[in-house]
Design a protein around this ligand. Structure first.
Ligand code: GAR
Length: 220
């Protein structure tokens, strides 16, 4: 089997895209980014993709009244590049059932909170305002709800008294940049066993001993 073919959907800065590209380049992720698709033509993520020589497509939602029509254009691009796993990396549009049917259990998302706490948007500030001691980030498969699909990896991040949205988001991002490549690598190795809501990992995990990242192997 060749390297896992990824299609990465972005809307903004693209730091998670960059982390994936860096892991691939360093030989720590057995995958290749075949295409980057953005709904926003000014996203810095596009610049990052171009710098790495990755084909980019901008598919914006503005001109088309039907969401499925826009999604069909995205699906066509993903198929054109033989994409096996769709990676949402700061993609801020909701995908419909129609899109999910094209890639069943083959769409992953990263969310900047410990789901099911704080789904939706502006969640770093919401976690501060709520007063939680821990928040974090979650990699999950997409299902028909908003941020509700089966959870693959989570990393916990403590909330400090003097945290602002910016400082906390920064520390969450650092964890995102390690757990997203980790989750994709587990997928690439065929080690994710999805049974209903639960995702079981076959074999030991690389986050050995880091109890703020789960899964890990107790003595791995
Ligand atoms: C990330 O923090 C990601 O978790 C979040 O957007 C940010 C994108 O950053 N995603 C969502 O909120 C999805 N609901 P990036 O563009 O630098 O990768």
């Amino acid at each position: 089997m060749g390297r896992l073919k990824l299609g990465v959907l972005v809307s903004g800065n693209g730091s998670n895209l960059q982390a994936i590209l860096d892991h691939v380049k360093e030989g720590r992720l057995d995958a290749e980014v075949r295409v980057v698709i953005s709904d926003n033509r000014t996203a810095f993520a596009i610049e990052r993709a171009k710098r790495s020589g990755i084909p980019v497509a901008v598919v914006d939602y503005g001109s088309s009244p039907r969401r499925e029509d826009v999604e069909n254009r995205i699906i066509a691009r993903l198929r054109e590049y033989g994409v096996e796993l769709v990676v949402l990396a700061g993609y801020m549009k909701l995908l419909t059932r129609h899109f999910m049917a094209a890639f069943p259990m083959r769409i992953m998302n990263i969310h900047p909170a410990l789901l099911p706490s704080f789904p939706g948007v502006n969640v770093v500030q919401k976690a501060i305002d709520y007063g939680v001691r821990f928040t974090g980030c979650t990699v999950h498969f997409i299902d028909e709800g908003t941020d509700t699909g089966p959870i693959v990896v989570q990393a916990a991040v403590p909330v400090m008294d003097d945290d602002t949205e910016e400082t906390l988001a920064q520390r969450i991002h650092e964890k995102e940049h390690s757990i997203y490549p980790m989750a994709i690598q587990l997928f690439a190795e065929g080690r994710l066993d999805v049974r209903g809501r639960r995702v079981f990992i076959k074999g030991p995990c690389s986050a050995a001993g880091d109890h703020c990242i789960n899964p890990y192997s107790p003595r791995g």
